[in-house]
Design a protein around this ligand. Structure first.
Ligand code: PNS
Length: 164
């Protein structure tokens, strides 16, 4: 089976992301989490390198999952897999659907060999996003239901304005 590329900005990675990664790792032989730039999102909480490091930390229990980053179009990145690859995305709600449908069609236009497959979000994470996590962190809320425990301190510290 092909490699699955799971692209996103992951700023920071959440339990919703991790749920998609775990399920994709059970379906595909190889899952490549690709941390990318979202042109619509400015001033990330974490640098790209920090996000890669955090994603590696929380996915290390999955032997067929790797984390990387790419500066460019996902449709072009997919071409670097000679054996082929599909994009995997999580779908939470109607609002995701419109954006994701548009992105899938654009990616297919740029790279006709590239398909996008969607995993429906687990119900308990349908409300969850990195933006919600950042908002909650800024109020000092308990993040344990939302982000992997290994990175809670990093998110709380960054939200409090503590840079390394
Ligand atoms: O987690 P996000 O922010 O919703 O992820 C969006 C992301 C990073 C997957 C999307 O912006 C993306 O694919 N960026 C890479 C550049 C690209 O290929 N843009 C065209 C997509 S139509």
């Amino acid at each position: 089976m092909k490699t699955a590329i799971y692209p996103g900005s992951f700023d920071p990675i959440t339990l919703g992301h991790l749920n998609i990664i775990r399920r994709a790792s059970g379906i595909f032989e190889r899952v490549v989490v690709c941390i990318m730039k979202n042109a619509g999102k400015h001033s990330p909480m974490f640098t790209r390198e920090e996000r890669v490091e955090m994603a590696r930390l929380v996915t290390q229990r999955y032997p067929n999952v790797e984390v990387t980053t790419f500066d460019g179009l996902i449709a072009e990145y997919a071409r670097t897999f000679p054996e082929g690859a599909v994009i995997v995305k999580g779908l939470r709600a109607n609002t995701d659907f419109e954006n994701e449908f548009q992105m899938a069609l654009i990616n297919k236009k740029i790279n006709p060999d590239l398909d996008t497959m969607f995993l429906t979000a687990t119900q308990k994470y349908t409300f969850l996003s990195s933006s919600v996590v950042k908002e909650l962190a800024s109020y000092g809320a308990d993040l344990s239901p939302f982000v992997p425990c290994e990175i809670i301190d990093d998110v709380m510290q960054r939200a409090a304005g503590n840079n390394p």
